[in-house]
Design a protein around this ligand. Structure first.
Ligand SMILES: [Zn+2]
Length: 260
């Protein structure tokens, strides 16, 4: 490579950002549609655990939250079966039972004004780490978004339908985007629905990578400087939206009724 075209890495980041803005815009999906698509994406990624797990998003009006009505699996989600509730889980809009397990989400929303979407699931590899008491070790470029950004709750407080469980989980999460919950599963809490869906997909892939890696050797830690750079790069909003768009297109190839 000639010396004349060697540039600072920041220039390449800036150029990539401009091109992402130009070419990778998300369709004008409503929040309800994005929530239903997130359910379908996670169903396709093996997060289904019958009726366990929840996906929620902060509503446009203060003190309101969108969520899948209880009794439906993620693969059955549609924009029309996403209901709106208040901050005591009372139904405001839509038709369906409110999921009582969403109470601990309200605790996180209350204490984290930066959080607009939460996904909690019990997928197999996160669950495998959770029952062996192992925190997540992000040690690959693809999973660097969890570097210094995934907490661990070592004690199980029981099924999260009460306020005490909400208090414990939000305190353990702190200011991070993700947490592994012992004997339970994973939770991600982010500023957008797209970011929550993408992180939920990748936390399970990170756990799968960890289980595979530990079966053949010892995990080598990432260099902290490179890991922080990769963390921030993977979480650029346009990159996250483009990844969400890819997963959503894949889900919509199976069935387009998620948007209805
Ligand atoms: Zn759960």
């Amino acid at each position: 490579m000639s010396e004349a075209i060697i540039r600072d890495k920041a220039e390449y980041y800036a150029r990539t950002g401009e091109q992402m803005d130009r070419f990778l815009a998300l369709p004008p999906w409503s929040l309800r549609q994005k929530l239903a698509l997130s359910c379908r994406i996670l169903a396709a990624e093996g997060h289904e655990s019958a009726l366990a797990g929840q996906i929620t998003a902060r509503g446009e009006r203060p003190g309101t939250y969108w969520m899948l009505s209880f009794g439906l699996g993620f693969d059955e989600a549609r924009a029309s079966n996403i209901v709106l509730v208040d901050d005591d889980l009372q139904l405001l809009e839509g038709d369906g039972m409110v999921n009582p397990s969403n109470r601990f989400h309200l605790w996180i929303y209350r204490h984290r004004p930066d959080v607009n979407a939460i996904i909690h699931t019990h997928p197999p590899y996160c669950s495998a780490l959770s029952v062996t008491g192992q925190p997540l070790i992000p040690a690959h470029m693809d999973t660097a978004m969890f570097y210094e950004d995934c907490a661990f709750l070592a004690e199980w407080p029981g099924p999260p339908i009460g306020d005490e469980e909400g208090r414990i989980i939000h305190a353990a999460l702190g200011d991070k985007r993700a947490i592994l919950l012992a004997h339970h599963g994973q939770l991600v809490a982010t500023s957008t629905m797209e970011e929550a869906a993408v992180l939920a997909v990748f936390i399970e892939r990170a756990a799968r990578m960890q289980v595979l890696a530990q079966s053949i050797g010892t995990i080598k830690p990432l260099d902290p400087g490179c890991a922080r750079e990769a963390h921030d790069y993977r979480l650029k909003p346009r990159a996250v939206a483009a990844t969400f768009h890819y997963f959503a297109r894949r889900a919509l190839k199976q069935d387009r009724d998620a948007l209805e």
